[in-house]
Design a protein around this ligand. Structure first.
Ligand code: CP
Ligand code: NVA
Length: 331
């Protein structure tokens, strides 16, 4: 059956079939080609979208802004201090107001319930630009990048190292299960995803002929990997106090040369970014100096090395977000 995503919200990948995800990947590729060849694609001229950000962002915000403008959309950006939402107006009321003015709403914030509530009341597509639980727009960019770099998704061995129960760990496990990629979370058991989500993903993976593995063993977990992926060890919204315990848990899971050498020769390194691969950031410097470290979740050598595809991955955020907007608003 032909895929039609018009009017749908994009809240988490669990809501989408592999065929629908495939459709978004193919549309991302088409739009990337149009952009690269300088062909106009302002198919949504005359429509408007609003971006609500309760947490900071570089990639997601800029992707929505550039993608929106390329599609001919008017774009409004509101940060947490810039609207009444939450303080003076409920999520449901905000959704009903914005839904009368805009053709789509992006939300980045804390709880998944908020983005689900916005979608329930808005009457227009709502896109999850990251919550504590899921980061689904990042998934389309990541799948696109894997397919571009390795030529396929099926039978890929994907290893996620680090905080496997954060928004990235959760989302990547779901994305892999949906697309028939073998997923391994290589992490301390304290940071494994919830049993409920793991069981759900195991069931989905089985339908798509792939596997879900959780291991604390770095040597075994990263052997034969096609993709090594990591994310920051402390996510937005977590208190600074967690750094100490997180470092203790996660230092053995740093992506370094030894890890990359244990993976397949042609393996790629991925990271959703931003990354603490050196001390050239305020937080990186503070944490590095406090704990005597020069790099955190990934070494500078791996980040800057030949196997790293992080900036192609970052570019793909824009192409894939454009596909999500176009598919759900509909030309
Ligand atoms: N990867 C990602 O979502 O980056 P931003 O936080 O900069 O949007
Ligand atoms: N886990 C990270 C992802 C950033 C894109 C965070 O939530 O801060």
């Amino acid at each position: 059956m032909a895929v039609n995503l018009r009017g749908r919200s994009f809240l988490k990948l669990l809501d989408f079939t592999p065929e629908e995800i495939r459709y978004l990947l193919d549309l991302s590729k088409e739009l990337k080609l149009l952009k690269r060849t300088g062909m106009l694609h302002d198919k949504l001229k005359g429509k408007n979208i609003v971006l609500l950000f309760e947490k900071t962002s570089t990639r997601t915000r800029c992707s929505f802004e550039v993608a929106g403008r390329d599609l001919g959309l008017g774009v409004t950006y509101l940060d947490s201090a810039g609207s009444q939402m939450g303080k003076k107006e409920s999520v449901a009321d905000t959704a009903r107001v914005l839904g009368r003015m805009y053709d789509g709403i992006e939300y980045r914030g804390f709880s998944q319930e908020v983005v689900e509530e916005l979608a329930k009341f808005a009457g227009v597509p709502v896109w999850n630009g990251l919550t504590d639980e899921f980061h689904p727009t990042q998934m389309i960019a990541d799948l696109l990048t894997i397919e571009e770099k390795l030529g396929r998704l099926k039978e890929i061995n994907f290893v996620y190292m680090g905080d496997a129960r954060n928004n990235m760990g959760n989302s990547l496990m779901v994305a892999c299960a949906k697309m028939g990629i073998n997923f391994t979370a290589c992490a301390p058991k304290e940071l494994f995803p919830t049993e409920e989500l793991v069981e759900k993903c195991k069931q989905i993976a089985k339908e798509n002929e792939s596997t879900i593995t959780l291991t604390e063993n770095v040597k075994e977990g990263t052997k034969n990997a096609d993709v090594i992926y990591t994310d920051v060890w402390v996510s937005m919204g977590e208190p600074d106090e967690v750094w100490e315990s997180r470092l203790k848990l996660l230092l053995p899971y740093q992506v370094n040369k030894e890890v990359m050498n244990n993976a397949k020769k042609e393996a790629i390194f991925m990271h959703c970014l931003p990354a603490y691969h050196d001390l050239k950031t305020k937080v990186g410097k503070e944490i590095g100096e406090k704990f005597g470290l020069s790099e955190l979740e990934v070494t500078d050598e791996v980040f800057e090395g030949k196997q790293s595809v992080v900036f192609d991955e970052a570019e793909n955020r824009m192409h894939s977000i454009k596909a999500i907007i176009l598919a759900t608003i509909g030309a």
